[in-house]
Design a protein around this ligand. Structure first.
Ligand SMILES: *[C@@H]1O[C@H](CO)[C@@H](O)[C@H](O)[C@H]1NC(C)=O
Ligand SMILES: *[C@@H]1O[C@H](CO)[C@@H](O)[C@H](O)[C@H]1NC(C)=O
Ligand SMILES: *[C@@H]1O[C@H](CO)[C@@H](O)[C@H](O)[C@H]1NC(C)=O
Ligand SMILES: *[C@@H]1O[C@H](CO)[C@@H](O)[C@H](O)[C@H]1NC(C)=O
Length: 210
């Protein structure tokens, strides 16, 4: 009858394991809730306004351009400050980069919206020439006075302060403001009415290094 004497011990042992598992899952759930509540949300970027006043492609590859855009960045977090150390705005037409400008660094406090103004102006040679199909599209768009597939990316170097923790410098993923369609407005006369209604930019995991 020796075995029955062990049962209460084993029962106690199992009870302790269950108690421990229960405590662990409770703790885990608590930590999970804390992460959900306190983890910083991504910074949100919008192109709120944009205008194209010059867009002339000559000799296949040289672009004479003037593109302006107003972009907002919204920090929805009440426990995070973002310090933008370097911001480069890059302009694309049909995936061909044609201009880069550096914006003024700034700090973005808790729950604030910042307003950025970007001006691309000049003459530049596109890195790769447009493909025949894209040249055809360019000609067609020129006739209609509206250009499709313009894009602005933001290449950022930042640090942030989360509660009391200060991060080192890092590169968030590229902010991508894609598929902008803009009508050409020249000399105050627009052939087609400007119809830009704003566009949300794409950014995932702002607080992670690229
Ligand atoms: C951007 O904002 C400025 C100042 O608020 C305004 O004058 C301008 O018309 C806006 N739009 C563009 C495309 O720059
Ligand atoms: C574009 O550039 C060409 C060559 O410089 C010029 O002849 C033409 O008038 C320009 N078009 C516009 C709309 O400025
Ligand atoms: C582009 O260049 C090619 C050869 O270099 C030429 O045949 C063609 O006419 C040019 N197109 C335009 C739009 O300038
Ligand atoms: C703008 O358009 C009007 C009417 O089409 C024309 O009379 C005027 O000369 C144009 N102005 C410019 C700067 O092109």
């Amino acid at each position: 009858m020796a075995i029955s004497e062990y049962f209460p011990v084993i029962g106690e042992w199992i009870k302790n394991i269950f108690l421990m598992l229960f405590t662990l899952s409770f703790l885990g759930g608590g930590i999970f809730v804390l992460i959900i509540v306190y983890a910083p949300s991504d910074i949100k970027f919008h192109v709120t306004d944009a205008s194209l006043t010059k867009f002339n492609l000559t000799n296949n590859n040289t672009l004479d351009y003037k593109l302006e855009a107003n972009i907002t960045s919204r920090n929805p977090n009440k426990n995070v400050i973002v310090y933008y150390r370097e911001i480069a705005a890059i302009a694309f037409y049909k995936d061909h980069k044609f201009a880069t400008v550096n914006l003024t660094p700034f700090d973005q406090g808790h729950k604030t919206t910042s307003f950025l103004h970007v001006l691309f102006e000049g003459k530049g040679v596109m890195k790769n020439s447009l493909k025949p199909k894209q040249l055809f599209e360019y000609d067609q768009e020129t006739r209609l006075g509206i250009y499709h597939d313009l894009a602005i990316d933001l290449d950022i170097l930042a640090t942030y302060k989360f509660l009391t923790h200060k991060s080192t410098r890092y590169n968030p993923p590229m902010v991508q403001c894609r598929r902008l369609s803009l009508s050409l407005v020249s000399n105050g006369n627009s052939s087609s009415t400007p119809s830009f209604h704003g566009r949300k930019c794409r950014i995932h995991h702002f607080f992670e290094n690229r």
